[in-house]
Design a protein around this ligand. Structure first.
Ligand code: FES
Ligand SMILES: [Fe+2]
Length: 354
């Protein structure tokens, strides 16, 4: 199992999922209740009533204004987690308080801070395409019955597109083209690039861009451990001019593929997926096609990772993997996750020792 990394921001939901209905999510094993106050602020607190642990996200629990009323015996909590009402007595026990979680709403995501200390100046990494007027976005979330490390591995090595996603986003050139990998240890970011000069155009891009011939296809990955994965994808007809020195790139089509990789439990993961594009912005047919096609691709990964987790569960301890050049990005990501996990644990045990 891939160790959890605490003292980090995680995507708990899309902003659109958090409203005046109670939403329950489990992040790093912690049950979290999310809702929006009457003035529109997203709040996050423990999803277990302090009385008999009833999940506050479950009916008949409900909101009363900005307060949450437990559906079992009526304990009532304010947005600061403090209990304001218990049935049958005036005195409210001092310990009747829910843990609350720092929340930042950014780039259409609701991020929650999971940790033993306050976030201080630490802010979530950015995915500005998610709510930019210059992009049109399709997005969704799929749960995976697998360790989040399996999804990190999957996304860091796109050679699997050729095999698992053939006929959708995969073509022979993806697996055939070598990658370059760079690591920014201090920032905890892994970069993996694969630039294909002359490649078949897969249906995903042929149908959405209208390109008929072969393409130049660039895949530039940025993985901000632990939770945010970005794939900058550039598609242009072979022979089209490259990007200009000022960064503009009028002859190419761009998609920004965004994943929030959120460990839920040790064996389950939330896969928040999105594709933002800078072309055919108002074209509903393209939007519908990309949503449908990308959802199919995501499900191909989900099914494969579920199967993989099942098979790993039956492995004898100490099995040996074999890694090759395509795995350098994934291995770098694992190293960073292990280092961050250890750092988080160190802080926690340090605090306990005092
Ligand atoms: S379990 Fe919530 S009030 Fe009893
Ligand atoms: Fe995939």
């Amino acid at each position: 199992m891939t160790a959890f990394v605490r003292n980090q921001w995680y995507v708990a939901a899309y902003g659109r999922e958090v409203g005046r209905a109670l939403l329950g999510r489990t992040v790093l094993g912690e049950p979290i209740l999310l809702y929006r106050t009457e003035d529109g602020r997203a709040v996050a607190m423990s999803d277990r009533c302090v009385h008999r642990r009833f999940p506050l996200s479950q009916a008949p629990s409900r909101l009363d204004g900005d307060r949450v009323v437990c559906g079992y015996h009526g304990f009532t909590y304010g947005t600061d987690g403090g209990c304001v009402y218990v049935p049958g007595q005036q005195r409210i026990p001092r310990t009747a308080r829910l843990n609350t979680y720092p929340v930042i709403e950014q780039d259409s995501f609701v991020w929650v801070w999971i940790g033993d200390r306050e976030p201080g100046d630490t802010v979530p990494p950015r995915a500005p395409w998610m709510d930019s007027p210059d992009y049109t976005v399709v997005s969704g979330m799929e749960p995976i019955d697998g360790d989040y490390g399996l999804l990190v591995d999957n996304l860091m090595d796109l050679s699997h597109e050729t095999y698992l996603h053939g006929g959708y986003i995969g073509t022979p050139e993806v697996a055939e083209t070598p990658i370059t990998t760079e690591v920014d240890e201090s920032a905890g970011v892994v970069y993996v690039s694969r630039h294909m000069d002359d490649a078949e155009c897969p249906p995903f891009y042929a149908k959405s861009t209208g390109i008929e011939g072969r393409i130049t296809r660039w895949q530039d990955i940025e993985y901000h451990a632990p939770c945010l994965y970005l794939l900058h994808s550039r598609i242009a007809p072979v022979g089209a001019p490259g990007p200009n020195a000022d960064g503009s790139d009028p002859h190419a089509f761009h998609t920004e593929v965004v994943y929030g990789i959120t460990p839920s439990t040790e064996t389950t993961t939330y896969d928040f997926w999105a594709v933002a594009r800078d072309f055919a912005l108002g074209d509903q047919e393209v939007t519908d096609f990309l949503r449908e096609n990308n959802h199919t691709v995501v499900m191909q990964d989900v099914v494969a990772l579920n199967v993989l987790q099942q098979s790993l569960n039956t492995e004898k301890a100490g099995y040996q993997e074999l890694s090759i050049n395509i795995d350098t990005g994934g291995l770098a990501a694992r190293r960073i996750l292990a280092r961050l996990a250890q750092a988080g644990t160190g802080q926690r045990s340090g605090a306990t020792a005092r």
